[in-house]
Design a protein around this ligand. Structure first.
Ligand code: V47
Ligand code: SF4
Length: 393
């Protein structure tokens, strides 16, 4: 039914033969090629890619829209690397401007969530030369001793490449060790843009694209799922975004281990690329939509609201996005330091649910691997009752 409705809308707008053929492929559930992905970027307007992405989103998930309850631990912002877009890290020589948590500091954070209904801890930070794989293995074991039930999503491929190299372990050995300590999955950071020419200009000294992909492949083989990100809206061209997604799509065909794709908009506050203007919201929505269309083998596309802002995150739910991350409790600094929308990113469960309902969608709390924990469709929050009372009195 919806296919017919979308088809009739597509037929009633004037499209070039190329866009018509791509649209028909999407409506018939066929994969589009790299060339067709690039054509969508250059030739299709927001209305068209939005309708196609929404069609796929509705086919895969209906109105289901996921969020989770998590908190972040950022062990340090001291980093041996010097990515040009990063506002967060401090080189070792400027150590006094950074932070380094001790093991106990981090366990105190976990303790502070002991009685809270969080299901995930996201552990990511700078690449500190003195925090090695055994330090982090011990951290995970101790986190699990405090909260045996919590899902540990930890360490980008950039951190993992460095810690395995320092410990003289292969990626498989390092990942298997961390898995034994209790690590459950990998976040999607560090991917940036895989094109080697662009990568060398924005983050030349950290792990290569091939290493990023290899680490995720090894993790998937060990039964650890992961996410994938793409940093867009800086010096890359549309071709590079499609190439990036194509490399991810190929790996997903091989392993099926990716949960979610997360496009990350480049923010230009206080970094070495501050002269580059940020892209518009239209470009953000087009990127979410084209990702949804191109990555046919990814179940989920996530808008990370602390970075993109809650209004755009809400809008994105009609442009292919079906996940808006979690109720982060002001525990991440990576975006606020780069000038993102949310300087102190906190949203209560009520606010997240309201945002999803406001877009006409169904709010579902999930765990990291998308098991549904609670359907909030009919839940009435105390805050909601108070808001209504204020409105009607
Ligand atoms: O890899 C750094 C990005 C990433 C900037 O897997 C920037 O669930 C924009 O990957 N402008 C780390 N982006 C964060 C990350 C992440 C976040 C939320 C959820 C998940 C997940 C993963 O942050 C880095 C880099 O691409 N980043 N600086 C900046 N100025
Ligand atoms: Fe270090 Fe990550 Fe910042 Fe790069 S993006 S400088 S690896 S903290």
């Amino acid at each position: 039914m919806e296919n017919l409705a979308t088809q009739s809308i597509i037929n009633n707008i004037i499209l070039s033969p190329k866009l018509l053929s791509i649209s028909n492929k999407v409506l018939n559930g066929e994969r589009i090629s790299e060339e067709e992905g690039i054509a969508l970027y250059y030739e299709a307007d927001l209305g068209l890619v939005g309708s196609l992405a929404n069609f796929i989103r509705n086919k895969k998930h209906g109105d289901n829209t996921y969020f989770n309850r998590n908190f972040h631990i950022e062990p340090t912002n001291i980093c041996v690397f010097d990515c040009k877009f990063c506002a967060y890290s401090r080189l070792l020589k400027h150590k006094e401007e950074g932070w380094e948590y001790s093991m106990q500091d981090m366990l105190n954070i976990v303790e502070s969530y002991k009685d809270k209904p969080v299901t995930e801890v996201h552990i990511v930070g700078g690449v500190h030369p003195k925090m090695g794989i055994h330090f982090f293995g011990e951290l995970i074991q101790k986190v699990k001793a405090i909260r045996p039930d919590i899902h540990v999503k930890a360490f980008t491929a950039v951190e993992l490449e460095y810690m395995c190299r320092k410990a003289k372990m292969s990626y498989t050995e390092g990942l298997a060790y961390l898995k034994d300590c209790g690590q459950n999955s990998l976040p999607g950071g560090g991917a940036e843009i895989f094109d080697e020419g662009i990568r060398n200009q924005i983050c030349e000294d950290k792990c290569t694209s091939a290493q990023w992909l290899e680490i995720h492949e090894e993790a998937h083989k060990l039964g650890m799922p992961s996410n994938a990100t793409m940093l867009y809206g800086h010096i890359e061209k549309y071709e590079h975004r499609i190439d990036h997604m194509s490399r991810l799509r190929n790996l997903q065909d091989k392993t099926g281990g990716f949960n979610t794709f997360i496009p990350l908009k480049f923010r230009n506050g206080d970094n070495q690329m501050s002269d580059i203007p940020e892209v518009s919201i239209i470009e953000d929505l087009r990127t979410y939509a084209i990702a949804r269309i191109f990555l046919d083998n990814f179940d989920h596309v996530k808008a990370y609201w602390p970075m993109i802002g809650r209004e755009t995150a809400q809008l994105s739910l009609n442009f292919g996005v079906n996940d808006i991350d979690g109720t982060i409790d002001d525990t991440t600094k990576i975006y606020s330091m780069a000038g993102a929308e949310e300087q102190t990113p906190t949203m209560s469960t009520y606010q997240l649910v309201k945002l999803i309902k406001g877009a006409g969608r169904k709010p579902l709390e999930r765990d990291t691997v998308y098991n549904i924990i609670q359907d909030y469709t009919d839940v009435v929050f105390e805050e909601e009752a108070l808001e209504k009372a204020r409105l009607y009195n």
